[in-house]
Ligand binder design. Structure first.
Ligand code: MG
Length: 419
């Protein structure tokens, strides 16, 4: 029934009358086909066979997300019309009064992406069509090269270039301090030990070697993972400037962003920041003042496709490009949401690639397809990725804290080092 203006005094609150389809069941499904716990939300409806999937993966606190979904969001969702994507997002976001944070936003993201998936299935269109259609044929991606020394990294990059990649992230082991991905290595007593001075000396030598060996025909990226003191981040960004990085990622921790204007004033090295942000509003000062070249954003951590699409639009208006986070702790459903944004945004910068293992491909039929350094869009309605629950059950979630070594780094004297 369509409301008339004269009805305004008596209009009902949601669930509004009208659409016949209702949300009948909402569940979280945990699976770890690659040893990393993924959290997927499944929203089922009153229409037989119509359901949606969303990524709610916050692998370090997966069980807290499950609780947020099942104990707090489910009671607010049952009986709602899944078509009301924006209103559901708005109402769930404020329903805890103290909103935001990665736990609540990951839970919200799982629901939000699932509702977009349902809307696409109802329309018979892929989500990227609902966002305005494609701006490009396929999505350029960067992959990851690492090695124990610069020569090994150069060999890895050459191999990727031969496969068609135009962008490669390069990380190298720091002698005595770091594993090959630039992560801290096991030091004395098996502790995760980090040596900022050794890192600061090693990285510029890596990129000098890569440019000398590879020339200018490949775009190179590097991730600092917020592990430097602010003035050392400024020094690193200046030191690698001659080697023309595509971007330097997270040179500053969220707590040190007051240093960003000083860093920007001193170097033309392009900067990508934002992986650890957990609210779309965190990006606004950086966008408004044009302090970054790329927003680096974990879509599920800010609440899903709905806020990410708004962020992409804000960035476009300020001349800033997107580089959505695409690691192994984003489910294939979340990667499909990234690709929908990538296809529909004129201001895509680059997309991070995860190469799925065989188990993941079996658990998630319809995983995005890689060819020639690009991800190719699916024309399937919705997000285009399904979940085989029986196969998912063969890969139970890892125990809590099992993957947290990454966040337990210390300096050689025992001081806690931020990741
Ligand atoms: Mg990163």
């Amino acid at each position: 029934m369509t409301a008339r203006p004269s009805d305004c005094k008596t209009l009902a609150a949601p669930p509004w009358p009208g659409g016949a389809t209702r949300i009948t069941r909402v569940r979280t499904i945990l699976t770890a086909p690659e040893g990393t716990t993924l959290v997927v939300v499944k929203v089922e409806t009153s229409e037989p066979g119509l359901y949606g999937l969303g990524c709610a993966t916050f692998t370090q606190r997966a069980l807290a997300v499950v609780s947020a979904v099942e104990e707090y969001l489910v009671p607010q969702l049952l009986g709602r019309d899944p078509a009301d994507v924006t209103d559901v997002w708005q109402s769930l976001q404020v329903s805890s009064y103290w909103r935001g944070g990665p736990v609540l936003n990951s839970a919200l993201s799982g629901v939000d992406m699932a509702l977009w998936d349902i809307k696409g299935k109802q329309a018979g269109l892929p989500v990227w069509q609902l966002l305005g259609g494609r701006c490009r044929t396929a999505v350029p991606v960067y992959t990851h090269a690492a090695g124990t020394d610069p020569a090994e990294v150069a060999d890895a990059v050459r191999g990727f270039v031969e496969q068609g990649f135009g962008h490669v992230r390069c990380q190298v082991a720091v002698p005595g301090a770091s594993g090959t991905y630039g992560a801290p290595g096991a030091g004395r007593d098996g502790r995760q030990v980090w040596d900022p001075a050794a890192y600061l000396g090693t990285v510029p030598r890596l990129f000098a070697h890569l440019r000398a060996e590879l020339g200018d025909d490949v775009e190179l990226l590097h991730d600092v993972h917020e592990r430097l003191a602010p003035i050392d981040a400024v020094r690193l960004a200046k030191a690698v400037e001659p080697y023309r990085l595509f971007f330097l990622e997270d040179p500053l921790a969220p707590e040190d962003l007051g240093w960003l204007p000083q860093l920007r004033a001193q170097t033309a090295t392009p900067i990508a920041i934002g992986e650890l942000f957990s609210s779309v509003n965190d990006y606004l000062p950086l966008v408004r003042d044009r302090l970054v070249d790329f927003v680096r954003c974990h879509v599920s951590a800010i609440g899903g496709l709905t806020p990410a699409w708004r962020l992409a639009g804000a960035c476009e208006l300020f001349g800033i490009r997107t580089a959505w986070h695409g690691p192994g702790d984003v489910s294939p459903v979340g990667h499909a949401a990234n690709i929908a944004l990538d296809l529909a945004s004129p201001n895509l910068g680059i997309q991070e690639l995860t190469v799925f293992n065989e188990a993941t491909l079996e658990v998630f039929p319809g995983c995005p397809r890689l060819a020639g350094g690009h991800l190719w869009p699916s024309d399937d309605p919705g997000l285009g990725v399904d979940l085989d629950e029986k196969r998912a059950a063969r890969f139970p979630p890892t125990p809590p804290l099992a993957g947290d070594a990454w966040t337990r780094t210390r300096l050689a004297d025992g001081t806690v080092q931020r990741p």
